[in-house]
Design a protein around this ligand. Sequence first.
Ligand SMILES: NC(=O)c1ccc[n+]([C@@H]2O[C@H](COP(=O)([O-])OP(=O)(O)OC[C@H]3O[C@@H](n4cnc5c(N)ncnc54)[C@H](OP(=O)(O)O)[C@@H]3O)[C@@H](O)[C@H]2O)c1
Length: 309
Amino acid sequence: MFLFLTGATGFVGGNLLSELRRLGVRGRCLLRDAKKASLCEGFETVTGSLDNIPPGALDGVDTIVHLVGIMQETGGQTFESVHVKGTQNLANEALKAGAKLKNFFYQSSLGASLKSPSKYQKSKARAEEVVKDSGLPFTIFRPSLILGHVDGFTRQMAQMISSSPVIAIPGNGEARFQPLLVSDWVKCFLQALENGGQDRIFEIGGPEYLSFNDLVWEYMKAMRAEDKKFFHIPMGLAKAGLSLISVAKAAGVRNIPEVGAEQLLLLSTDNITEIDSIKKQFGFEPQSVRGNIRQFIPDEYSKEFQKTT
Ligand SMILES: NC(=O)c1ccc[n+]([C@@H]2O[C@H](COP(=O)([O-])OP(=O)(O)OC[C@H]3O[C@@H](n4cnc5c(N)ncnc54)[C@H](OP(=O)(O)O)[C@@H]3O)[C@@H](O)[C@H]2O)c1
């Protein structure tokens, strides 16, 4: 087996590489920045981008693991260019190179739908269509929130909780999530890798539904910040606040969490699937994220609980 990995330098990719390294699986990572090659130790690397996949990048590859994704649009990085066009380019290259693929693995997102009001979710659904229409054998994962060392959501929560004496939650905070640990995501992935592309879509989530309010509270407890007050601000006001945030950032105010309009939208929509999705499809019980959160909080935010431990 020889893999071609995109998004290997990210949170999910990094956790996956550690496990693949341990198992002795070989592969090649696509890097935008050659300086990040050390993150892919033990794997071949090739420098390029989804717009510019270098010749020979797919030589000898039998499995593509396409993890690239963005949560916010910035400059030329749009959901359309990264998720849809990037996936199309990769599929085209695989077909052009005549790669004898056993599996094109695509990491989509729970809630991906062509009808979603979220541009992120819509573009994920369009990328899924690209993969399905390519004629290549595929596996698509649609995970809920993935938590682990150190995911973007945890980083944002830690920043939000540590940066202010009060915590403002956009909307009513009642939208539900089904977070799973990255180690459980990796276990599911390894089974999919073993099985090869069976042209299937897997919706996956952890063993419990947690509202955004529950999640904030879990992070507050993990950071020993239970004494901080939290309150809700109407979603409309939160959206208006985004422009104030960008003004403040432009003026050099630091420590404001990165929140975008897309994220506010995602915070107001349930992001759940069947409660036993992993047990049913992969045959094991995933772990609860409760009780594990503290170990994922980046060191720079750990002052919050060091004071009291
Ligand atoms: N984390 C979650 O909770 C979660 C939940 C559901 C689905 N997902 C999906 O899972 C995937 C991985 O998520 P993650 O949390 O690991 O994200 P992440 O930490 O933000 O990593 C994103 C990766 O994508 C790469 N990338 C971004 N834009 C690119 C481009 N234009 N061309 C090539 N590479 C590009 C980044 O490379 P650089 O190092 O060069 O920036 C990085 O390796 C994404 O598709 C995401 O939508 C994540």
